[in-house]
Ligand binder design. Structure first.
Ligand code: NAD
Length: 489
């Protein structure tokens, strides 16, 4: 097991706001521990309400500057954001390493998601803004109308710990490209990577106040959500917290994007050739140690092939390499924290009462530290069981039997959530037809990947609004209509 050298902890004594590293209001600190060894890996100041006030004021000043960020041309912002993308790339390997140490994300994955995605998303949204045209429409009342898009304003962004950098850039990249300014509140569990982001913003010379990072817990997050200087809230996290954020924004009539929990279904059709798709199937069901909102944690297996497919899945999940997430060979690392492991183990105990334990169910043998649980699979799960209905957020899957496709659709849709899902089949036309029947914001045929060109988000208790694609850019823009004094052409 790799140990983190505690003599080299990563410690910051200032926070980044208004373009400067600023002394925090209090001496309170957030300590960050390795998910794998429990050792202290770093610490940062804990932001308070006064720090949020200062950050929002800086973001407001930057946004309101008549020759500032919001008024740059898309090309001018694009040049600054290209420097930002390069500064992120220069810190990419260290960003991936910090995420892996903090939350247990296997290193091969943090290199793809946490190192690779942020600069890619910045460039994607810069290009998208450049392509967005003002629109002239012939009016029904005789004159033309013009429809323009303006940046929505100061954004308060709150992100979780599970995929901290990629999730941050799902909101930060379009917000900045659109001309907004941002106050980011990262999760306390994974705050060290957010400081690299702040360093990159400084290094790129983004104008003061365009990006501000205030570390803190839920109280500081709630304060940011309701702050009078914030124009738009972008929240990713649990459905329980999302409801509180939505209530606060509802009262204020404040626009909000909510990316929340999930309990998606992977539906294996009776013609599936699963043996040739095991890598992708793992990626859709248990990637990042099961700590991903869109993973398909309910696996629907046809009755006609139930024993055979259940056997294949047992082999897959019992054969995964569990261990140090910094080791490139590791498939499943530890959970983020003791609290998260307690939660997941609580669900495993429930599952043992509700269904048949097929794989795992305990802590991995031979690993005596780290917040590990074994990859765990339950079979013969009733679709109404708690482990089939509630989000567990760990490497725990439920296999549910179905008789025909109509029943598979009914079971897939029998959920409070509606974020992702997938169908597995030898006939891609059949897969596409099935994909249309499930009520969710996204769905994959023989795989699942959040392609940035298309909107990502959930229905029902999985959230409100969309990120990625032109829709994800529009979430940070106001649409304004100007009734022109020009006759229709
Ligand atoms: P969480 O809701 O506890 O915390 C998420 C973030 O919100 C943290 O920064 C936290 O400090 C802050 N927060 C908590 N309560 C708040 C409040 N009342 N007001 C303002 N901020 C508040 O979630 P978590 O445990 O950190 O993350 C796991 C959850 O996030 C899972 O439910 C998962 O499905 C969800 N998630 C969703 C997506 C998505 O895109 N849909 C992506 C990743 C994670």
């Amino acid at each position: 097991m790799t140990t983190v050298d505690t003599r080299q902890t990563i410690d910051y004594d200032r926070i980044f706001l208004g373009g400067e590293w600023t002394a925090p209001t209090t001496g309170d600190r957030i300590q960050v521990h390795s998910a794998t060894t429990h050792e202290l890996v770093g610490s940062v100041p804990e932001g308070r309400e006064e720090d949020i006030d200062a950050a929002v004021a800086a973001a407001r000043t930057a946004f309101d500057d008549p020759s500032g960020w919001a008024h740059f041309t898309p090309t001018q912002r694009g040049e600054a954001l290209e420097r930002f993308a390069k500064a992120l790339e220069a810190r990419g390997a260290e960003t991936a390493r910090r995420v892996t140490v903090q939350n247990g994300m296997p290193t091969w994955l943090s290199q793809q998601w946490e190192q690779g995605f942020p600069p890619m998303l910045v460039r994607f949204f810069v290009d998208l803004v450049k392509q967005t045209q003002e629109e002239i429409r012939p009016g029904l009342l005789g004159k033309q109308t013009m429809v323009i898009r303006k940046p929505i304003g100061v954004v308060g962004q709150i992100v979780p710990w599970n995929v901290p950098q990629a999730i941050t850039f799902l909101g930060l990249a379009p917000a900045l490209a659109a001309g907004c300014t941002v106050v980011l509140k990262p999760s306390p569990e994974t705050v060290l990577d957010a400081f690299l982001l702040a360093e990159a913003a400084e290094d790129a010379g983004l104008p003061a106040g365009v990006v501000n990072v205030i570390p803190g817990g839920r109280e500081v997050g709630a304060y940011l959500v309701s702050h009078p200087g914030v124009d738009k809230v972008s929240f990713t996290g649990s459905t329980a917290a999302g409801r509180k954020v939505a209530a606060a924004c509802g009262e204020l009539l404040r626009p909000v994007t909510l990316e929340l929990g999930g309990k998606s279904a992977a539906v294996i059709l009776d013609d599936a050739d699963l043996d040739s798709q095991l890598e992708d199937f793992f990626g859709n069901t248990m990637i990042n140690n099961g700590q991903v909102c869109w993973t398909s944690t309910r696996i629907l297996v046809p009755s006609s092939r139930y024993d055979e497919i259940t056997g294949t899945l047992a082999d897959l999940y019992s054969g995964l390499t569990v261990g140090d997430p910094l080791d490139p060979a590791t498939k499943v690392g530890p959970l983020v924290s003791e609290r998260q492991r307690e939660r997941v183990e609580g669900y495993i105990a429930v599952g043992k009462q509700e269904a048949r334990l097929l794989v795992g169910g305990g802590r991995p043998h031979g690993i005596d530290q780290g917040w590990f649980v074994e990859p765990t699979v339950f079979a013969d799960v009733d679709p109404k069981a708690r482990i089939a209905q509630e989000e567990i957020f760990g490497p725990v899957l439920s296999i549910i039997r179905y008789e025909d496709e109509q029943q598979a659709t009914r079971i897939a849709n029998d959920s409070d959530y509606g974020l992702g899902g997938s169908v597995w089949t030898s006939d891609s036309d059949r897969g596409e037809a099935f994909a249309r029947t499930v009520r969710s914001g996204t769905f994959g045929v023989n795989g699942y990947a959040n392609d940035p060109v298309a909107p990502f988000g959930g229905v029902k208790a999985s959230g409100l609004g969309r990120e990625l694609g032109p829709e994800g850019l529009a979430a940070f823009q106001e649409i304004k209509t100007i009734y022109l004094d020009r006759p229709n052409a």
